[in-house]
Design a protein around this ligand. Structure first.
Ligand code: DAH
Length: 338
């Protein structure tokens, strides 16, 4: 057999081995030793090649070099594939369970406002919204806060301009609604409000209110009481007792503040109710005739009631939380509990 035939035979063997190989570090190394090792098949051919006469060398040399180069390239590419498999193996384990998907949820204040809107919605109240940047007229004047009246001090206002401000309550939505809709009007107005107040566990400079307004002929304080009672029993518990305390708001006359019996101690006294047995939940009253007049509604013909509550306060009571700031910190450990 001539050397050329030997070269072709090794080439055939190499192709056969390559087609059969199960790629892993050991089998590739075995293949390398078999063909490219010091005592490998190709080294053997080179030995035979050394024995040839110088006139024969050019022809066989070329074929032998091609074989060696091919073997080197193909084995190198197998080694690369083994290395790639190893890398994958260390960085990713396909048998690991997947990452759990955390489901998002509504913020407790949003949940509280939605629930309040649902309860009043079932009693026939529609929803109205208003802008957070308001006029002095809508926020104060039309609500019967006269200019320079001390009642304005009840609300520490962020002014944008002389007559433009960040609304201090959702009551201006009453005005907007009555200016565009003639009675009967029965609406709930949820929204964000702003007050220039020091931040502490009880108050924050931004919070949420829900305003209610019902205007028609012959609306009475008794209806107001019943509506609030139905709400409080549905929202807190059917066992809560209600108490209406006389109070003052410029836009209602008479005005009242509403307390419910403490939802923790039931009225016997505890830390939440500061040992009074009662928790204040909202302000309310009969719409002041001056407010009707400002909205071009005849106060002789119509009466109405209004109420307003703080969503944060309601949520604090409902969930027994003692620091309002928790609602704004975005701490997932807190929010996840709702
Ligand atoms: N606007 C009042 C406040 O921010 C809350 C309020 C009290 C609204 C009585 C009303 C109401 O509609 O009748 O303190």
């Amino acid at each position: 057999m001539s050397l050329l035939e030997d070269i072709h035979e090794v080439q055939r063997q190499l192709q056969h081995d390559l087609s059969q190989i199960d790629i892993n570090a050991q089998s590739v190394e075995n293949l390398r030793i078999k063909y490219l090792g010091k005592k490998g098949l190709i080294a053997g051919l080179f030995k035979d090649f050394g024995a040839l006469s110088s006139s024969e060398k050019p022809e066989f040399g070329k074929a032998l070099n091609t074989l060696k180069k091919t073997a080197e390239e193909q084995i190198k590419s197998l080694q690369n594939r083994v290395a790639e498999q190893d890398n994958k193996g260390t960085s990713f384990d396909y048998t690991l369970p997947g990452y759990p998907f955390r489901q998002g949820r509504l913020h407790p204040i949003t949940q509280t406002m939605n629930r309040i809107c649902d309860i009043f919605g079932e009693m026939g109240f529609g929803i109205e919204f208003g802008p957070e940047v308001e006029t002095d007229f809508n926020n104060f004047q039309a609500l019967n806060f006269p200019p320079n009246h001390p009642a304005r001090d009840m609300q520490d206002t962020f002014f944008v301009d002389k007559d433009i401000l960040l609304r201090t309550h959702t009551s201006p939505i009453q005005i907007r609604t009555m200016l565009k809709t003639k009675p009967p009007v029965r609406i709930l107005a949820p929204g964000r409000v702003y007050r220039n107040e020091a931040i502490n566990p009880r108050s924050y400079c931004v919070f949420h209110q829900i305003e209610g307004l019902y205007v028609d002929e012959n609306v009475t304080f008794a209806e107001l009481k019943l509506t609030i009672e139905v709400f409080a029993k549905r929202f807190f518990s059917k066992d809560v007792q209600l108490r209406f305390r006389p109070s003052f708001f410029p836009f209602t006359e008479p005005s009242a503040e509403v307390d419910i019996s403490c939802i923790i101690c039931g009225g016997s006294g505890c830390r939440l109710c500061k040992h009074t047995g009662w928790l204040e939940i909202m302000g309310c009253g009969m719409v002041d005739p001056n407010v009707f007049t400002a909205c071009q509604i005849d106060p002789e013909k119509y009466t109405g009631y209004a109420f307003g509550m703080g969503a944060e306060r309601i949520a604090l009571l409902k969930y027994g939380i003692d620091d309002i700031r928790l609602f704004y910190e975005g701490d997932i450990r807190f929010l996840r509990q709702f």
